[in-house]
Design a protein around this ligand. Structure first.
Ligand code: HEM
Length: 189
């Protein structure tokens, strides 16, 4: 079941204007640009991609829940009802707060970065465990290890992703003196 047309219309009032890119130039919505030195990014490659295209605020600040759900629906093909479920998962773990305009959302992507073991966790495919470095900046070696599970170097089947996930969990557990939660539970089994 998809959410109602009225809810859709409300959600549609999202990021739709040109914003400053990292170098200060005006960028149209949909144009990809890397974050500038003062822009904030998160541990989530999905949300970062949306921000790098201007579908979410390029500066990574004041991100309304409605912006996230609409951007996921319109630009990633993730239906709003499913998007709201994902948002709810982050909400119960305390990611969102009231913004200066009274809306609810992420004050900045830092709210996700600073949620270690609540939302952000060790054993990610694309980021280091927090004990070893940044849980935000991508680790190219780890990304290549994940892609190495693909037969054609382009696509990953569900089985290949599962294998990659298990390998990454084992890697984290073998090196990280303090892996918590999922990593420890899955690899010990
Ligand atoms: C409510 C929306 C979302 C929130 C709050 C959110 C938040 C996060 C956070 C905090 C992480 C880091 C977890 C970790 O420590 O590995 C993460 C990981 C991830 N997110 Fe999102 N995310 C959202 C939506 C999306 C979307 C729309 C996509 C792309 C379609 C996406 C793709 C991913 C992927 C692939 C990872 C795993 C990265 C890895 O293992 O290195 N997310 N997300």
């Amino acid at each position: 079941m998809r959410i109602s047309a009225a809810a859709h219309a409300a959600l549609a009032a999202s990021v739709s204007v040109r914003q400053n890119g990292g170098d200060g130039s005006k960028l149209d919505v949909g144009v990809w640009a890397p974050p500038g030195p003062n822009d904030i990014r998160s541990p989530c490659p999905g949300l970062n991609t949306l921000a790098n295209h201007g579908y979410l605020p390029r500066d990574g600040r004041n991100i309304h829940i409605s912006d996230i759900v609409t951007a996921m629906d319109q630009h990633l093909g993730i239906a709003s009802d499913f998007g709201l479920v994902q948002v709810a998962g982050a909400a119960v773990r305390g990611a969102f707060s009231f913004l200066s305009d009274g809306g609810l959302g992420l004050e900045s992507f830092d709210a996700l970065t600073n949620s270690h073991n609540q939302i952000e966790h060790d054993a990610s495919f694309t980021r280091d465990d927090l004990a070893f470095g940044s849980n935000v900046i991508k680790n190219t070696t780890q990304i290549e290890s994940m892609i190495a599970h693909s037969e054609d170097g382009v696509t990953l089947t569900v089985e290949q992703i599962a294998d990659a996930r298990h390998a990454r969990l084992k890697d984290s557990f073998s090196r990280n003196p303090s892996p918590r939660g999922l990593a420890a539970r899955v690899v010990r089994q």
